[in-house]
Write a protein that binds this ligand. Structure first.
Ligand code: F3S
Length: 86
């Protein structure tokens, strides 16, 4: 069975650097209204963070996007173990 991961975006902390959207445009797009990144199809939590579950095949691209974020507001959690990987 393939692993599942959760992406969590602390959108309030995003500074709109566009790096995630350049690296992984299938998942990340810049919002024309406020200039911050949107995680596509993510659900918004009451904390203001947005969250999306992804499969193993989409992990690498999103990890690269997360690693590129200068303010570290993209987090990836291995749902199986509960470990936050970044
Ligand atoms: Fe924002 Fe970080 Fe993407 S600052 S635009 S979430 S790389």
């Amino acid at each position: 069975m393939s692993k599942k991961f959760k992406i969590r975006h602390d959108r309030d902390g995003c500074i709109g650097c566009t790096s995630c959207a350049n690296i992984c445009p299938r998942f990340w797009q810049m919002n024309e209204q406020d200039g911050l990144a949107d995680l596509q199809d993510a659900k918004r939590l009451t904390s203001g963070d947005t969250e999306l579950t992804i499969s193993e095949e989409d992990f690498e691209d999103n990890m690269e996007a997360a690693e590129s974020c200068p303010v570290n507001v993209i987090h990836l959690v291995d749902i199986g173990s509960g470990n936050e990987l970044i």
